[in-house]
Design a protein around this ligand. Sequence first.
Ligand SMILES: C[S@@+](CC[C@H](N)C(=O)[O-])C[C@H]1O[C@@H](n2cnc3c(N)ncnc32)[C@H](O)[C@@H]1O
Length: 402
Amino acid sequence: MGDVNDPLASFAALRTDEGRSLLDAVRDVEPSQELAVATRLRREHPADLVSAALAQARLRQRAVPKFGAADAARMYFTPNGVEQSTRTTVATYRARRFQDLGVRGVADLCCGIGGDAIALARAGISVLAVDRDPLTCAVARANAEALGLAELIEVREADVTDVDTSPYDAVFVDPARRGGRGRIFDPEAYSPPLSWAVEAARKAPRAALKIAPGIPHDAVPGETEAEWISDGGDVKEAVLWFGAGVPGSHRATLLPAGDTLASPLATMLPDPAVRPVGRYLYEPDGAVIRAHLVAEVAARVGGGLIDETIAYVTSDAAVATPYAAAYEITDQLPFNVKKLKALLRERGVGILTVKKRGSAVEPEELRRKVKPQGPGTATVFLTRVGGAPTMLVGHPTGGAAA
Ligand SMILES: C[S@@+](CC[C@H](N)C(=O)[O-])C[C@H]1O[C@@H](n2cnc3c(N)ncnc32)[C@H](O)[C@@H]1O
């Protein structure tokens, strides 16, 4: 094996026959067995190659939630690469949008280990994948080969600001949003800065820029469709689309099902009115909230807000919607732990789900105090109703309209 301090040589060694057989040998090693396995393997293989294989096996395990077990077992990662890559569900969804727009070639600027490039190639799109980090490029190349996509993915080691994107009918930019000190919130501190990415997008017939979901709405260029994407209820990212969707609009997309709600800013409904808590409470998906589309969901369920500052919608009707989780509310009481404890005891509630919005109370602390006991289940919302700290008790309707 080459110089252990040279990450490229170390990575290349992992891809030799010996490296590959070591990767197979350490594939399912539990952390508690690592030392024993490493000691045994070091008798026959170079110690640094064994360490590199074990480190790669750990990264593959970390990548499973993003890439699925089958792909993660074949792919290669760096610690930053696994952290920053786009999960398959989101990358596949975005690749389909490009595909639906008739895009055939994408310049993937800031490709990382290839999360997006892989999904684009699997949608039949040819990709120029650019990253300035040599090891990241080697890993992206290895991934394209490992997944049989090398014909569609050309990996180029370069600074994206030096790349001519004119041969491509779309540009995708996923800037680095983590620095040495953790996450970067200022879009101008991204690498490359958001303003550069916007200019690169404007030069292309179509483009998508991946940004943090917390982007201030006034930083969103007016000609874009801004899309917030959640997966399994967690908001994962926002995307600015150029040449796709209605310019000056917001969209919320909920994966894995793919339900999508969009509205032009100009005709977006005003904030829903505040009204008394009705029989049902609706908890909008985070993507809906980030996209400021709560009013659209309230209109669909014929509801209003429980408080002007809280994104819970209430209604007397049970309306099935993918955009919000629905609960039937059985009790409304002022915030009072003793009263809640008594009520739960009376109902025999042993499994208590605590949700909160607009309350500083820690769910775990509340659960400790009320000591739920019994076979029943309930959900308690710690929130504000018309400004007053309130507890709403109920249970999920299960999505079905009553
Ligand atoms: C968020 S990651 C990309 C993740 C990728 N979309 C994926 O799914 O795997 C950002 C990448 O941008 C690269 N990068 C940052 N600034 C760059 C620049 N000016 N030129 C080229 N690459 C750059 C970093 O090396 C990093 O790999």
